[in-house]
Design a protein around this ligand. Structure first.
Ligand SMILES: [Zn+2]
Length: 139
């Protein structure tokens, strides 16, 4: 019960964050357009412009990656899978979800992904294969 309520709170946080990111991204795009339509100045201006351009696009990249993670988490909420690890299907502890509301992978699997360099998807396949083997061993 407490977990469901906590998840509803997180949903509100995620929706707010998503809307904020969307407008930030819209703002960044207009900024990039402004930089590009400007008359070319001297070399220093050009260097500054390109540096600024790079910073904005890096920022936009981080923001759109976060936005994608948030959309993904909200999708899982709609499907009723939110809070379950995408790899091992275990419950992700509330403490982790509170710290990172768009986390869809538990800490153990996240560490495994970082250690092996595998994607969540290939790691899940490995976990599934390993549990199939266990079942065979048991029977
Ligand atoms: Zn996991």
């Amino acid at each position: 019960m407490a977990r469901n309520e906590a998840i509803l709170n997180l949903k509100a946080i995620l929706v707010r964050r998503r809307d904020a990111l969307r407008s930030a991204l819209a703002g960044d795009l207009s900024l990039l357009k402004e930089l590009r339509s400007g008359e070319p100045g001297d070399v220093m201006d050009a260097a500054l412009d390109s540096a600024q351009d790079e910073i904005s696009s890096q920022l936009a990249e981080v923001e759109s990656r976060e936005l994608a993670s948030i959309e993904h988490a909200l999708e899982r909420m709609r499907d009723g899978d939110y809070g379950l690890c995408e790899v091992c299907e275990g419950k992700i502890p509330m403490a982790r979800l509170n710290a990172l509301p768009y986390a869809t992978i538990c800490i153990t699997c996240q560490r495994e992904i970082e250690r092996t360099g595998l994607s969540a998807e290939s790691l899940r396949e490995e976990v599934e294969m390993a549990s199939d083997e266990e079942e065979v061993d048991v029977s």
